[in-house]
Design a binder for this molecule. Structure first.
Ligand code: ITT
Length: 215
């Protein structure tokens, strides 16, 4: 794409990468992800909010690689569990637990609970190497099912029942999920003002030094 701006998606989560790439496919950006670069240090996601962690991931990646970076910090908040797993969603059942184990843990904790209300939340941070950043956020409300349903998506999708479509997120196609999800809605906001985002990104791109040989 002509005049495309480089943008690194700062995630190692394949499910997220695939959804974000699909949502940004018509933008004049040249998308790269962390796998396009050599090993870089892990960011410690020790913030107390999705905002804090999203900014940490985006600004760290932009600084270390020298390109604008887009990070997503997201998670599931369950009302009857006092908002858990929240910012701990990725490692709720232990650092290397599989998605099935994370879902099983929530289902177990929800046994006998009458209030099944839950929400997925997402904060997107777009940062430039100087550390400046733009933030977008959105949420999507649903219910915790009593058993896993469907096999699409990732993470907690099989236990997140979305009443308006009468299906769990894992029973939706990626396109259907992106229309209504927390991530889809946050990225729609990015899309809606993308002309302004592009101007902002161009203003903050590092100046390319021209080296001239001395005579
Ligand atoms: P990165 O930090 O590398 O982006 P991560 O998986 O560690 O990847 P987060 O810290 O943002 O990402 O944790 C989000 C977790 O919340 C994720 O691992 C899933 O378990 C869950 N989650 C977020 N969005 C989800 C979605 O759309 N569907 C299902 N689960 C989701």
């Amino acid at each position: 794409m002509k005049n495309a701006i480089p943008l690194v998606i700062a995630t190692r989560n394949k499910g997220k990468t695939s959804e974000i790439k699909a949502l940004l496919k018509d933008f004049p950006v040249e998308i790269r992800n962390l796998d396009d670069f050599g090993p870089i240090p892990e960011v410690e996601e020790d913030g107390e909010s999705f905002d804090e962690n999203a900014y940490k991931k985006a600004s760290f990646t932009a600084r270390i690689l020298g390109y604008p970076a887009l990070a997503d910090d997201s998670g599931l908040s369950v009302e009857a569990l006092d908002g858990a797993p929240g910012v701990h969603s990725a490692r709720y059942a232990g650092k290397s637990a599989a998605d099935e184990q994370k879902c099983a843990k929530i289902l177990e904790e929800m046994q006998g609970k009458f209030n099944r209300k839950a929400a997925f939340e997402c904060v997107i941070s777009i940062a430039v190497p100087t550390g400046a950043a733009l933030t977008y956020q959105a949420r999507c409300e649903g219910l915790i099912s009593d058993k896993p349903l469907g096999s699409n998506g990732f993470g907690y999708d099989p236990i997140f029942y979305y009443p308006p479509l009468k299906k769990s997120f894992a029973e939706l196609t990626q396109e259907e999920k992106n229309q209504v999800s927390h991530r889809g809605k946050a990225l729609k906001e990015v899309r809606d003002e993308f002309e302004k985002v592009l101007i902002w990104l161009r203003q903050h791109l590092p100046v390319q030094e021209k080296f001239v040989c001395a005579k």
